[in-house]
Write a protein that binds this ligand. Structure first.
Ligand code: MSP
Length: 504
């Protein structure tokens, strides 16, 4: 279906509550989904998120909470769903890997690959990091420490099932080279290519013996083993749209996905395992994957295992939802790492939201009230003489495909949210400067009614444009502005972003 947009977030582990890192990817995906709904139509967008519920991490967390893994997952999943509601996340589907529709697809995929000879049984001996659920070879392990998380690894030896990654290595290199838009951003594509050039892929161990791990999807051809959590989880992107189900109405409509979003921590699984799995299964590949950067706290990645997580609800309750969405998407270019601090949130809030946007809307509405009795000056079909500064602004925003809209949308098409927001703020700043330079109070004193009217019309047009383009980023703020402007008579409410006072 041309023009359709199927977008996904990673499926988050339910071993702990969501933190700002999870909310970042989900808010970015939500913004893109909203933008695309506007562009391609509601029915042409499918936004999937969900939870990854199998594996050792969850089994252990459940054990510690003295619950069965399923009961534990049932509790934590509510926190994700509750947070997404609070953050205004407009997903179309939420998949849990413990759902039957997913388990069926995993079993089917395993069977296909086993029959094809792409999954085989072998003895495995090596190092294993339980928290990362990752195998390591001798050369990668120093002092029995996991190369990734630095925790102690275990020596294991067992019979397992392996997926033939190595066989497809050359194909994958060729594919990424001939599809330069597949892995994004460019720097991550280079990283994946370098990895594939410098290393020989090992086949992927996709099973765990039940005596070591019970909590997983049994292998249909070896019921004493369960499926490795990554092999299980990646398949969600096709199970959620009913890929193997001939009667499923979403089946052919949505796959392949247009975009898988994630952070760089799980790039390899998405850029190496996943395309090879799909290719081996004879299924089309997603169009793009994009791995963004990490939110850090004092130069360390924010994560449960580092114990430095921040609860998004704390920030939202203090500063408001749209201030939070704005901060995450504006403060750091998508793709790079960024340091999170409340001081930075407050700074953005006071300068960009209270001083720039909030002030522009408030002062414009105040002038409409004061000089025009609350009636938005009417423009339809009227000849208006703008002053040169007003003319400059109008040139930027006029027409269906104005320079302003083009620039904002260009940012969104490239997943460059901070660029789009930067463009919106440069218009806001132009308009604020216009107010300061025009000094409308003098126009009023001198009874220059036509000039005052033209001036207000410019500001109202700017605000409408700003509200329109802010919609995917800050849906509530966008509607609040549109409501305050009304159609003819304004409904001035309280300032949108009252200035925050310094905290003692
Ligand atoms: N369950 C796997 C994903 C399976 S996808 C088929 C997983 N889960 S996770 O809960 O660890 O989520 C990782 C993802 O959460 C990252 O890729 C990113 O989307 C988000 N983030 C978690 N911490 C983050 C930061 N500190 N900064 C930015 N994003 C972060 O991996």
């Amino acid at each position: 279906m041309p023009g359709k947009f199927y977008i996904t977030t990673p499926l988050y582990y339910v071993n702990a509550s969501p933190h700002i890192g999870h909310s970042y990817t989900t808010i970015a995906a939500d913004t893109l989904a909203r933008y695309m709904r506007n562009k391609a139509g509601e029915d042409n967008v499918w936004f999937l998120t969900g939870t990854d519920e199998h594996g050792q991490k969850i089994e252990k967390a459940a054990e510690a909470a003295q619950l069965t893994p399923k009961d534990f997952a049932d509790e934590v999943v509510l926190k994700f769903i509750g947070l997404w509601k609070k953050l205004n996340i407009s997903y179309n589907d939420f998949i849990r890997t413990t759902e039957d529709r997913h388990i069926q697809v995993v079993s089917r995929a395993l069977e296909i690959l086993y029959k094809k000879g792409d999954i085989y049984e072998d003895k495995y001996e090596g190092w294993y990091c339980t928290p990362c659920e990752t195998f390591w070879i001798d050369a990668q392990v120093i002092d029995q420490a996991c190369p990734d998380c630095k925790r102690k690894v275990e020596r294991i030896s067992e019979t397992n099932y392996f997926f033939r990654l190595a066989k497809y290595q050359d194909w994958l290199r060729g594919y990424i080279n001939s599809h330069p838009d597949f892995v994004n951003p460019e720097s991550r594509k280079e990283e994946v290519l370098r990895f594939l050039e410098l290393n020989k892929l090992n086949d992927l161990c996709i099973s765990r013996p039940k005596e070591r791990l019970k909590w997983g999807i049994p292998l249909p051809f070896a019921p004493a083993h369960v499926t490795y959590v990554w092999f299980d989880a990646l398949l969600n992107y096709i199970s959620a749209v009913g890929y193997f189900d001939e009667n499923n109405k979403y089946r052919s409509k949505w796959w392949p996905a247009q975009l898988h979003l994630m952070a760089k921590d799980i790039l390899r699984q998405h850029a190496v395992y996943w395309p090879i799995m799909l290719y081996a299964l004879g299924i089309d590949l997603p169009e793009k994957i994009f791995a963004h950067g990490w939110w850090m706290l004092k130069e360390e990645k924010i994560s449960k295992s580092r114990g430095n997580v921040i609860n998004p609800l704390d920030i939202v309750n203090k500063y408001g939802l749209d201030a939070y969405r704005y901060f995450l998407l504006r403060d750091v270019p998508f793709g790079l790492d960024g340091n999170f601090s409340e001081e930075a949130v407050i700074k953005r809030y006071n300068s960009d939201l209270a001083n720039d946007l909030g002030n522009l809307v408030y002062r414009t509405l105040t002038m409409v009230e004061k000089y025009f009795d609350g009636n938005v000056p009417h423009v339809e079909g009227e000849e208006i003489n703008y002053d040169p500064r007003g003319e400059d602004i109008i040139k930027r925003i006029e027409g269906r495909d104005s320079i302003f809209q083009k620039e904002v949308r260009k940012g969104l098409e490239e997943y460059n949210f901070s660029y789009s927001l930067g463009e919106i703020w440069s218009l806001i700043n132009m308009a604020n400067k216009y107010v300061e330079e025009t000094k409308p109070w003098n126009l009023a004193k001198e009874n220059k009614g036509d000039e005052l009217k033209a001036f207000i019309i410019v500001l109202v047009k700017v605000i409408r444009q700003v509200a329109g383009e802010l919609k995917p980023f800050m849906p509530d703020t966008s509607s609040a502005i549109i409501n305050q402007l009304g159609s003819q008579k304004i409904e001035k409410g309280a300032p949108l972003f009252p200035r925050l006072l310094p905290q003692c």
